[in-house]
Design a protein around this ligand. Structure first.
Ligand code: UD1
Ligand code: CA
Length: 455
Protein backbone atom coordinates (compact mmCIF):
# COMPACT_ATOMS: atom_id res chain seq x y z
CA UNK A 1 0.00 0.00 0.00
CA UNK A 2 1.47 3.34 -1.05
CA UNK A 3 0.47 6.87 -0.01
CA UNK A 4 2.04 9.86 -1.72
CA UNK A 5 1.98 13.25 0.00
CA UNK A 6 2.90 16.28 -2.09
CA UNK A 7 3.78 19.45 -0.19
CA UNK A 8 2.42 22.50 -1.97
CA UNK A 9 1.39 24.96 0.73
CA UNK A 10 4.36 27.32 0.59
CA UNK A 11 4.08 30.92 -0.56
CA UNK A 12 6.85 31.07 -3.14
CA UNK A 13 7.56 34.69 -2.33
CA UNK A 14 10.60 34.89 -4.59
CA UNK A 15 8.53 34.14 -7.68
CA UNK A 16 7.08 37.68 -7.28
CA UNK A 17 3.78 36.45 -8.62
CA UNK A 18 0.06 36.30 -7.88
CA UNK A 19 0.00 32.75 -9.22
CA UNK A 20 0.67 30.08 -6.56
CA UNK A 21 4.19 28.75 -7.12
CA UNK A 22 3.22 25.15 -7.90
CA UNK A 23 0.97 26.36 -10.73
CA UNK A 24 3.86 28.04 -12.54
CA UNK A 25 4.58 26.08 -15.70
CA UNK A 26 7.50 24.00 -16.75
CA UNK A 27 7.40 22.83 -20.37
CA UNK A 28 3.89 24.26 -20.61
CA UNK A 29 2.47 22.35 -17.65
CA UNK A 30 2.09 23.39 -14.00
CA UNK A 31 4.96 22.15 -11.84
CA UNK A 32 2.50 20.31 -9.62
CA UNK A 33 1.11 18.47 -12.67
CA UNK A 34 4.60 17.14 -13.40
CA UNK A 35 4.87 15.86 -9.83
CA UNK A 36 1.43 14.24 -10.06
CA UNK A 37 2.20 12.56 -13.38
CA UNK A 38 5.40 11.07 -12.02
CA UNK A 39 3.67 10.09 -8.77
CA UNK A 40 0.95 8.25 -10.68
CA UNK A 41 3.52 6.10 -12.46
CA UNK A 42 4.18 4.44 -9.08
CA UNK A 43 0.56 3.27 -8.88
CA UNK A 44 -0.19 4.77 -5.45
CA UNK A 45 -3.34 4.00 -3.49
CA UNK A 46 -3.60 7.57 -2.24
CA UNK A 47 -2.32 10.94 -3.42
CA UNK A 48 -2.70 13.80 -0.94
CA UNK A 49 -1.71 17.33 -1.92
CA UNK A 50 -1.11 19.66 1.01
CA UNK A 51 -2.28 23.14 0.00
CA UNK A 52 -2.13 26.46 1.82
CA UNK A 53 -1.19 29.62 -0.03
CA UNK A 54 -3.55 29.98 -2.99
CA UNK A 55 -5.28 26.74 -1.94
CA UNK A 56 -8.45 27.44 -3.90
CA UNK A 57 -6.61 28.14 -7.13
CA UNK A 58 -4.49 25.04 -6.76
CA UNK A 59 -7.55 22.87 -6.09
CA UNK A 60 -9.39 24.45 -9.00
CA UNK A 61 -6.50 23.75 -11.37
CA UNK A 62 -6.84 20.03 -10.65
CA UNK A 63 -10.62 19.85 -10.27
CA UNK A 64 -12.01 16.64 -11.69
CA UNK A 65 -8.85 14.60 -11.08
CA UNK A 66 -10.54 12.18 -8.70
CA UNK A 67 -7.43 10.37 -7.59
CA UNK A 68 -6.19 13.46 -5.73
CA UNK A 69 -7.22 14.48 -2.23
CA UNK A 70 -6.38 17.82 -0.70
CA UNK A 71 -5.37 18.66 2.86
CA UNK A 72 -5.33 22.27 3.98
CA UNK A 73 -2.37 23.61 5.91
CA UNK A 74 -3.13 27.06 7.21
CA UNK A 75 -1.08 28.65 8.63
CA UNK A 76 2.17 26.94 7.60
CA UNK A 77 4.36 25.82 10.48
CA UNK A 78 6.91 23.84 8.51
CA UNK A 79 7.30 20.68 6.45
CA UNK A 80 6.58 18.33 9.38
CA UNK A 81 3.41 20.27 10.19
CA UNK A 82 2.47 20.07 6.50
CA UNK A 83 2.66 16.26 6.43
CA UNK A 84 0.70 16.15 9.70
CA UNK A 85 -2.23 17.78 7.90
CA UNK A 86 -2.28 14.88 5.44
CA UNK A 87 -2.16 12.18 8.14
CA UNK A 88 -5.95 11.70 8.49
CA UNK A 89 -6.14 10.93 4.76
CA UNK A 90 -3.36 8.35 4.68
CA UNK A 91 -4.21 4.69 4.21
CA UNK A 92 -2.68 2.68 6.99
CA UNK A 93 -1.83 -0.98 7.28
CA UNK A 94 1.07 -3.31 7.99
CA UNK A 95 2.86 -2.84 4.70
CA UNK A 96 1.77 0.76 4.09
CA UNK A 97 4.45 3.24 3.05
CA UNK A 98 4.22 6.98 2.61
CA UNK A 99 6.32 8.89 0.09
CA UNK A 100 6.71 12.65 0.54
CA UNK A 101 7.28 14.82 -2.54
CA UNK A 102 7.50 18.58 -3.08
CA UNK A 103 5.21 20.44 -5.46
CA UNK A 104 8.05 22.76 -6.40
CA UNK A 105 10.48 19.95 -7.26
CA UNK A 106 8.76 19.06 -10.51
CA UNK A 107 11.08 16.73 -12.35
CA UNK A 108 11.87 13.87 -10.01
CA UNK A 109 11.44 10.79 -12.20
CA UNK A 110 9.45 7.69 -11.34
CA UNK A 111 12.53 5.46 -11.67
CA UNK A 112 14.35 7.49 -9.03
CA UNK A 113 11.33 7.33 -6.71
CA UNK A 114 11.06 3.59 -7.23
CA UNK A 115 14.74 3.35 -6.33
CA UNK A 116 14.04 5.24 -3.11
CA UNK A 117 11.10 2.96 -2.24
CA UNK A 118 13.24 -0.11 -2.92
CA UNK A 119 16.06 1.30 -0.75
CA UNK A 120 13.66 1.47 2.19
CA UNK A 121 13.99 -2.25 2.81
CA UNK A 122 10.97 -2.06 5.11
CA UNK A 123 12.37 0.95 6.98
CA UNK A 124 12.88 4.55 5.99
CA UNK A 125 14.78 6.07 3.07
CA UNK A 126 15.78 9.61 2.16
CA UNK A 127 16.79 10.90 -1.25
CA UNK A 128 20.14 12.61 -0.89
CA UNK A 129 22.71 14.21 -3.11
CA UNK A 130 26.28 15.44 -2.94
CA UNK A 131 26.59 19.11 -3.83
CA UNK A 132 29.77 21.14 -4.19
CA UNK A 133 27.81 24.04 -2.69
CA UNK A 134 25.46 22.53 -0.07
CA UNK A 135 24.61 25.92 1.40
CA UNK A 136 20.99 26.31 2.53
CA UNK A 137 20.15 22.61 2.45
CA UNK A 138 19.60 20.19 5.31
CA UNK A 139 22.76 18.06 5.81
CA UNK A 140 22.86 14.29 6.14
CA UNK A 141 24.72 13.40 9.34
CA UNK A 142 26.18 9.88 9.28
CA UNK A 143 27.99 7.97 12.04
CA UNK A 144 31.51 6.47 11.86
CA UNK A 145 30.23 3.38 10.06
CA UNK A 146 28.39 5.48 7.49
CA UNK A 147 24.88 4.93 8.88
CA UNK A 148 22.51 7.89 8.50
CA UNK A 149 21.88 9.35 11.97
CA UNK A 150 19.82 12.50 11.44
CA UNK A 151 19.32 15.54 9.25
CA UNK A 152 20.38 18.96 10.47
CA UNK A 153 19.02 22.09 8.80
CA UNK A 154 21.57 24.61 7.56
CA UNK A 155 20.39 27.24 10.04
CA UNK A 156 20.77 24.85 12.97
CA UNK A 157 24.06 23.29 11.85
CA UNK A 158 27.48 23.69 13.41
CA UNK A 159 30.44 24.65 11.23
CA UNK A 160 31.52 21.02 11.10
CA UNK A 161 28.03 19.95 10.02
CA UNK A 162 27.94 22.70 7.41
CA UNK A 163 31.06 21.19 5.88
CA UNK A 164 29.02 18.07 5.01
CA UNK A 165 28.29 18.03 1.27
CA UNK A 166 25.61 15.33 1.31
CA UNK A 167 22.28 17.16 1.39
CA UNK A 168 18.64 16.29 1.90
CA UNK A 169 16.61 16.72 -1.29
CA UNK A 170 13.51 16.73 0.93
CA UNK A 171 12.04 13.60 -0.63
CA UNK A 172 11.65 10.64 1.71
CA UNK A 173 9.71 7.42 2.21
CA UNK A 174 8.69 5.85 5.52
CA UNK A 175 6.34 3.22 6.97
CA UNK A 176 3.02 5.04 7.35
CA UNK A 177 2.20 4.04 10.94
CA UNK A 178 5.71 4.89 12.18
CA UNK A 179 5.65 8.20 10.31
CA UNK A 180 2.39 9.15 12.03
CA UNK A 181 3.93 8.37 15.40
CA UNK A 182 7.13 10.33 14.71
CA UNK A 183 5.17 13.33 13.41
CA UNK A 184 3.25 13.43 16.69
CA UNK A 185 6.59 13.59 18.54
CA UNK A 186 8.44 16.37 16.66
CA UNK A 187 8.68 19.88 18.12
CA UNK A 188 9.64 23.33 16.89
CA UNK A 189 12.62 24.00 19.14
CA UNK A 190 14.94 25.05 16.35
CA UNK A 191 16.39 28.08 14.60
CA UNK A 192 13.30 28.63 12.47
CA UNK A 193 10.64 27.75 15.09
CA UNK A 194 9.17 25.25 12.60
CA UNK A 195 8.06 21.64 12.74
CA UNK A 196 10.70 19.96 10.61
CA UNK A 197 9.79 16.83 8.65
CA UNK A 198 13.50 16.06 8.67
CA UNK A 199 13.36 15.37 12.42
CA UNK A 200 11.65 12.03 11.72
CA UNK A 201 15.01 10.72 10.51
CA UNK A 202 16.55 11.02 13.99
CA UNK A 203 13.43 9.53 15.57
CA UNK A 204 13.56 6.54 13.24
CA UNK A 205 17.19 5.87 14.17
CA UNK A 206 16.49 6.21 17.91
CA UNK A 207 13.54 3.80 17.52
CA UNK A 208 15.98 1.28 16.05
CA UNK A 209 14.73 1.53 12.48
CA UNK A 210 17.66 2.19 10.15
CA UNK A 211 17.46 5.01 7.61
CA UNK A 212 18.77 4.30 4.13
CA UNK A 213 19.79 6.80 1.48
CA UNK A 214 19.23 6.71 -2.25
CA UNK A 215 20.37 9.11 -4.98
CA UNK A 216 18.60 10.45 -8.07
CA UNK A 217 19.72 9.27 -11.53
CA UNK A 218 20.30 12.87 -12.64
CA UNK A 219 20.89 15.96 -10.54
CA UNK A 220 18.23 18.08 -12.32
CA UNK A 221 15.60 15.69 -10.96
CA UNK A 222 15.81 17.15 -7.49
CA UNK A 223 16.23 20.82 -8.36
CA UNK A 224 13.55 22.95 -6.73
CA UNK A 225 12.09 26.15 -8.10
CA UNK A 226 12.06 29.14 -5.79
CA UNK A 227 12.54 31.95 -8.31
CA UNK A 228 12.03 32.78 -11.97
CA UNK A 229 15.75 32.33 -12.49
CA UNK A 230 15.58 28.76 -11.20
CA UNK A 231 12.40 28.16 -13.21
CA UNK A 232 14.09 29.30 -16.42
CA UNK A 233 17.18 27.22 -15.68
CA UNK A 234 15.17 24.09 -14.95
CA UNK A 235 13.15 24.66 -18.14
CA UNK A 236 16.41 24.57 -20.12
CA UNK A 237 17.59 21.48 -18.21
CA UNK A 238 14.35 19.69 -19.00
CA UNK A 239 14.24 20.79 -22.64
CA UNK A 240 17.82 19.54 -22.97
CA UNK A 241 16.80 16.21 -21.49
CA UNK A 242 13.78 15.88 -23.82
CA UNK A 243 15.98 16.77 -26.79
CA UNK A 244 18.55 14.18 -25.73
CA UNK A 245 15.86 11.49 -25.54
CA UNK A 246 14.67 12.31 -29.07
CA UNK A 247 18.21 12.29 -30.45
CA UNK A 248 18.71 8.88 -28.89
CA UNK A 249 15.55 7.66 -30.62
CA UNK A 250 17.03 8.71 -33.96
CA UNK A 251 15.42 12.12 -34.48
CA UNK A 252 17.67 14.82 -35.98
CA UNK A 253 17.47 18.17 -34.19
CA UNK A 254 19.32 20.93 -36.05
CA UNK A 255 20.18 22.38 -32.63
CA UNK A 256 19.05 20.60 -29.44
CA UNK A 257 19.48 23.88 -27.56
CA UNK A 258 16.84 25.51 -29.76
CA UNK A 259 14.07 22.98 -29.35
CA UNK A 260 10.98 23.25 -27.14
CA UNK A 261 8.55 20.49 -26.36
CA UNK A 262 5.56 21.34 -24.18
CA UNK A 263 3.78 18.03 -24.25
CA UNK A 264 4.39 14.76 -26.03
CA UNK A 265 6.17 14.24 -29.34
CA UNK A 266 6.03 10.86 -31.02
CA UNK A 267 8.43 10.48 -33.94
CA UNK A 268 8.96 7.84 -36.60
CA UNK A 269 12.31 7.13 -38.24
CA UNK A 270 14.49 9.81 -39.81
CA UNK A 271 12.49 12.80 -38.67
CA UNK A 272 14.28 16.14 -39.04
CA UNK A 273 13.41 19.19 -36.93
CA UNK A 274 15.03 22.53 -37.66
CA UNK A 275 15.75 25.25 -35.09
CA UNK A 276 13.24 27.24 -33.05
CA UNK A 277 10.23 24.93 -33.29
CA UNK A 278 7.68 24.64 -30.48
CA UNK A 279 5.65 21.45 -30.09
CA UNK A 280 2.63 21.49 -27.79
CA UNK A 281 0.02 18.99 -26.66
CA UNK A 282 0.35 15.66 -28.44
CA UNK A 283 2.11 15.67 -31.78
CA UNK A 284 2.88 12.69 -34.00
CA UNK A 285 5.43 12.94 -36.80
CA UNK A 286 5.61 9.86 -39.03
CA UNK A 287 8.71 8.53 -40.80
CA UNK A 288 10.73 11.02 -42.80
CA UNK A 289 8.82 14.14 -41.73
CA UNK A 290 10.82 17.38 -42.01
CA UNK A 291 9.86 20.41 -39.96
CA UNK A 292 11.40 23.71 -41.08
CA UNK A 293 12.64 26.42 -38.73
CA UNK A 294 10.34 28.27 -36.33
CA UNK A 295 7.19 26.21 -36.72
CA UNK A 296 4.58 25.95 -33.96
CA UNK A 297 2.80 22.60 -33.98
CA UNK A 298 0.12 21.67 -31.48
CA UNK A 299 -2.05 18.54 -31.21
CA UNK A 300 -1.36 17.38 -34.75
CA UNK A 301 -0.68 14.23 -36.72
CA UNK A 302 1.71 14.57 -39.64
CA UNK A 303 2.03 11.78 -42.19
CA UNK A 304 5.15 10.12 -43.56
CA UNK A 305 7.39 12.10 -45.86
CA UNK A 306 5.51 15.36 -45.32
CA UNK A 307 7.49 18.60 -45.14
CA UNK A 308 6.31 21.53 -43.07
CA UNK A 309 8.35 24.52 -44.10
CA UNK A 310 9.50 27.55 -42.13
CA UNK A 311 7.20 29.64 -39.96
CA UNK A 312 4.14 27.46 -40.29
CA UNK A 313 1.51 27.20 -37.56
CA UNK A 314 -0.42 23.97 -37.17
CA UNK A 315 -3.03 23.36 -34.50
CA UNK A 316 -5.49 20.45 -34.08
CA UNK A 317 -4.88 19.44 -37.65
CA UNK A 318 -4.02 16.32 -39.56
CA UNK A 319 -1.78 16.12 -42.59
CA UNK A 320 -1.43 12.92 -44.63
CA UNK A 321 1.69 11.53 -46.32
CA UNK A 322 3.98 13.34 -48.75
CA UNK A 323 2.27 16.72 -48.37
CA UNK A 324 4.02 20.11 -48.59
CA UNK A 325 2.95 22.73 -46.06
CA UNK A 326 4.33 26.27 -45.84
CA UNK A 327 6.38 28.28 -45.58
CA UNK A 328 4.05 30.59 -43.65
CA UNK A 329 1.03 28.29 -43.72
CA UNK A 330 -1.64 28.19 -41.05
CA UNK A 331 -3.60 25.03 -40.39
CA UNK A 332 -6.31 25.67 -37.82
CA UNK A 333 -8.51 23.21 -35.89
CA UNK A 334 -10.18 20.67 -38.15
CA UNK A 335 -7.85 21.10 -41.12
CA UNK A 336 -7.45 17.69 -42.75
CA UNK A 337 -4.91 17.75 -45.55
CA UNK A 338 -4.73 14.81 -47.93
CA UNK A 339 -1.69 13.00 -49.31
CA UNK A 340 0.55 14.94 -51.71
CA UNK A 341 -1.49 18.08 -51.18
CA UNK A 342 0.25 21.46 -51.15
CA UNK A 343 -0.61 24.33 -48.83
CA UNK A 344 1.62 27.31 -49.50
CA UNK A 345 2.45 30.69 -48.07
CA UNK A 346 -0.22 32.73 -46.34
CA UNK A 347 -2.87 30.08 -46.78
CA UNK A 348 -5.23 29.56 -43.84
CA UNK A 349 -7.30 26.40 -43.60
CA UNK A 350 -9.94 25.75 -40.94
CA UNK A 351 -12.39 22.85 -40.48
CA UNK A 352 -11.85 21.72 -44.04
CA UNK A 353 -10.62 18.74 -45.96
CA UNK A 354 -8.24 19.09 -48.87
CA UNK A 355 -8.13 15.93 -50.97
CA UNK A 356 -5.20 14.03 -52.44
CA UNK A 357 -2.94 16.11 -54.64
CA UNK A 358 -4.93 19.33 -54.27
CA UNK A 359 -3.08 22.63 -54.11
CA UNK A 360 -3.65 25.98 -52.47
CA UNK A 361 -0.27 27.53 -52.97
CA UNK A 362 -0.69 31.20 -52.18
CA UNK A 363 -2.79 33.62 -50.12
CA UNK A 364 -6.10 31.86 -49.53
CA UNK A 365 -8.72 31.28 -46.84
CA UNK A 366 -10.47 27.95 -46.84
CA UNK A 367 -12.97 27.48 -44.03
CA UNK A 368 -15.80 24.95 -43.60
CA UNK A 369 -15.01 23.45 -46.98
CA UNK A 370 -14.80 20.04 -48.52
CA UNK A 371 -12.23 20.14 -51.29
CA UNK A 372 -11.85 17.04 -53.46
CA UNK A 373 -8.77 15.60 -55.17
CA UNK A 374 -6.45 17.33 -57.66
CA UNK A 375 -8.20 20.65 -57.12
CA UNK A 376 -6.24 23.82 -57.86
CA UNK A 377 -7.11 26.80 -55.70
CA UNK A 378 -5.74 30.02 -57.15
CA UNK A 379 -4.07 32.81 -55.22
CA UNK A 380 -6.42 35.04 -53.29
CA UNK A 381 -9.31 32.58 -53.15
CA UNK A 382 -11.66 33.01 -50.21
CA UNK A 383 -14.48 30.83 -48.98
CA UNK A 384 -17.00 33.32 -47.62
CA UNK A 385 -18.26 30.94 -44.95
CA UNK A 386 -19.72 33.36 -42.45
CA UNK A 387 -22.61 35.80 -42.72
CA UNK A 388 -21.88 37.32 -39.34
CA UNK A 389 -24.15 34.85 -37.55
CA UNK A 390 -23.96 31.40 -39.14
CA UNK A 391 -21.28 29.33 -40.88
CA UNK A 392 -21.93 27.65 -44.24
CA UNK A 393 -20.25 24.88 -46.21
CA UNK A 394 -18.43 25.08 -49.50
CA UNK A 395 -17.98 21.96 -51.59
CA UNK A 396 -15.37 21.81 -54.35
CA UNK A 397 -15.43 18.54 -56.27
CA UNK A 398 -12.46 16.67 -57.78
CA UNK A 399 -10.38 18.27 -60.54
CA UNK A 400 -11.98 21.70 -60.18
CA UNK A 401 -9.88 24.78 -60.97
CA UNK A 402 -10.60 27.91 -58.96
CA UNK A 403 -9.27 31.02 -60.70
CA UNK A 404 -7.32 33.55 -58.67
CA UNK A 405 -9.08 36.06 -56.49
CA UNK A 406 -12.38 34.22 -56.44
CA UNK A 407 -14.86 34.40 -53.60
CA UNK A 408 -17.05 31.40 -52.98
CA UNK A 409 -20.11 32.60 -51.10
CA UNK A 410 -21.27 29.61 -49.08
CA UNK A 411 -23.33 27.52 -49.15
CA UNK A 412 -22.13 26.78 -52.64
CA UNK A 413 -20.82 23.87 -54.70
CA UNK A 414 -18.29 23.71 -57.51
CA UNK A 415 -18.89 20.63 -59.65
CA UNK A 416 -16.33 18.06 -60.70
CA UNK A 417 -13.90 19.42 -63.28
CA UNK A 418 -15.46 22.88 -63.22
CA UNK A 419 -13.33 25.97 -63.87
CA UNK A 420 -13.98 29.32 -62.24
CA UNK A 421 -12.64 32.33 -64.08
CA UNK A 422 -10.33 34.61 -62.12
CA UNK A 423 -12.11 37.14 -59.98
CA UNK A 424 -15.38 35.25 -59.81
CA UNK A 425 -17.80 35.90 -56.99
CA UNK A 426 -19.62 32.61 -56.90
CA UNK A 427 -23.09 32.83 -55.37
CA UNK A 428 -24.72 29.89 -57.19
CA UNK A 429 -23.39 26.38 -57.81
CA UNK A 430 -20.93 26.03 -60.68
CA UNK A 431 -21.76 23.08 -62.94
CA UNK A 432 -19.27 20.31 -63.63
CA UNK A 433 -16.81 20.58 -66.51
CA UNK A 434 -17.92 24.10 -67.48
CA UNK A 435 -16.27 27.51 -67.23
CA UNK A 436 -18.16 29.72 -64.84
CA UNK A 437 -17.24 33.32 -64.25
CA UNK A 438 -18.80 36.45 -62.89
CA UNK A 439 -17.02 39.38 -64.33
CA UNK A 440 -18.12 42.63 -65.94
CA UNK A 441 -17.14 42.83 -69.59
CA UNK A 442 -13.80 44.56 -70.20
CA UNK A 443 -13.98 47.66 -72.37
CA UNK A 444 -11.61 50.29 -73.72
CA UNK A 445 -12.70 53.95 -74.08
CA UNK A 446 -11.19 55.09 -77.39
CA UNK A 447 -11.88 58.82 -76.92
CA UNK A 448 -10.39 59.06 -73.44
CA UNK A 449 -7.42 61.36 -72.81
CA UNK A 450 -5.42 61.86 -69.68
CA UNK A 451 -6.29 65.14 -68.01
CA UNK A 452 -3.61 67.78 -68.49
CA UNK A 453 -2.57 70.48 -66.04
CA UNK A 454 -4.72 73.61 -66.31
CA UNK A 455 -2.68 76.70 -67.21
C1 UD1 B 1 13.61 21.62 3.12
C2 UD1 B 1 14.25 20.62 4.08
C3 UD1 B 1 15.76 20.60 3.84
C4 UD1 B 1 16.05 20.29 2.38
C5 UD1 B 1 15.32 21.26 1.46
C6 UD1 B 1 15.46 20.84 0.05
C7 UD1 B 1 12.90 20.62 6.11
C8 UD1 B 1 12.78 21.11 7.47
N1 UD1 B 1 13.98 21.00 5.44
O1 UD1 B 1 14.08 22.89 3.49
O2 UD1 B 1 16.36 19.62 4.65
O3 UD1 B 1 17.45 20.34 2.15
O4 UD1 B 1 13.92 21.29 1.78
O5 UD1 B 1 14.93 21.84 -0.78
O6 UD1 B 1 12.04 19.89 5.65
N2 UD1 B 1 6.03 23.54 2.67
C9 UD1 B 1 4.70 23.40 3.04
N3 UD1 B 1 4.33 23.86 4.27
C10 UD1 B 1 5.20 24.41 5.13
C11 UD1 B 1 6.55 24.55 4.75
C12 UD1 B 1 6.93 24.09 3.50
O7 UD1 B 1 3.88 22.88 2.29
O8 UD1 B 1 4.77 24.78 6.23
C13 UD1 B 1 6.42 23.05 1.36
C14 UD1 B 1 6.94 24.15 0.46
O9 UD1 B 1 5.89 24.68 -0.33
C15 UD1 B 1 7.97 23.44 -0.38
C16 UD1 B 1 8.49 22.35 0.53
O10 UD1 B 1 7.52 22.17 1.53
O11 UD1 B 1 7.38 22.81 -1.49
C17 UD1 B 1 9.82 22.69 1.13
O12 UD1 B 1 9.73 23.87 1.86
P1 UD1 B 1 10.91 24.88 1.96
O13 UD1 B 1 10.53 25.98 2.83
O14 UD1 B 1 11.41 25.18 0.61
O15 UD1 B 1 11.98 23.96 2.74
P2 UD1 B 1 13.47 24.30 2.96
O16 UD1 B 1 13.61 25.25 4.06
O17 UD1 B 1 14.10 24.63 1.66
CA1 CA C 1 13.02 25.08 -0.95
Amino acid sequence: MLNIVILAAGLGKRMQSDLPKVLHPLAGKPMLAHVLDNARKLGPDRIVVVVGHGADRVKQAFAGQDDIQFALQSPQYGTGHAVQQAVPLLQDGDDSATLVLYGDVPLVQAATLQGLLDARAGGMAVLTENLSDPSGYGRIVRDGSGQVQRIVEHKDATDDERAITEVNTGILAAPTSRLKDWLSRIDNNNAQGEYYLTDVVGLSVSDGLPVHAAQPSASWETLGVNSRVQQAQLERDWQGEQARRLLEQGVTLADPARFDLRGELICGRDVFIDVGCVFEGRVELADGVRIGPHCVIKDAIIGAGTHIDAYSHVQQARVADEARIGPYARLRPGADIGPQAHVGNFVEIKKSTLGRGSKANHLAYIGDAQVGERVNIGAGTITCNYDGVNKFQTVIEDDAFIGSDSQLVAPVRVGRGATLGAGTTLTKDAPADKLTLSRSVQKTIESWKRPSKKA
